[in-house]
Design a protein around this ligand. Structure first.
Ligand code: SF4
Length: 63
């Protein structure tokens, strides 16, 4: 599983970084970044849950 952030949609609101700091960090340009190239298996549920929290739909999950 892979997380991609759409930089055109992300507003840097920090909802994802606060909800799941083990998967997301805020980059220096105030755009969220995934912490892992591939989501650890035990965090896949958390990744999907956090993606659904993003009110700007900027978090994309792919298999
Ligand atoms: S919740 Fe969405 S808009 Fe907010 S920082 Fe995370 S990816 Fe960006």
């Amino acid at each position: 599983m892979k997380i991609t952030i759409d930089p055109d949609l992300c507003t840097g609101c920090e909802d994802c970084t606060e909800a799941c700091p083990s998967l997301f960090k805020l980059g220096s340009n105030w755009i969220a970044e995934p912490l892992h190239d591939s989501v650890p298996t035990d965090l896949e549920g958390e990744a999907k849950k956090t993606a659904s929290l993003c009110q700007f739909e900027a978090i994309l999950i792919s298999e």
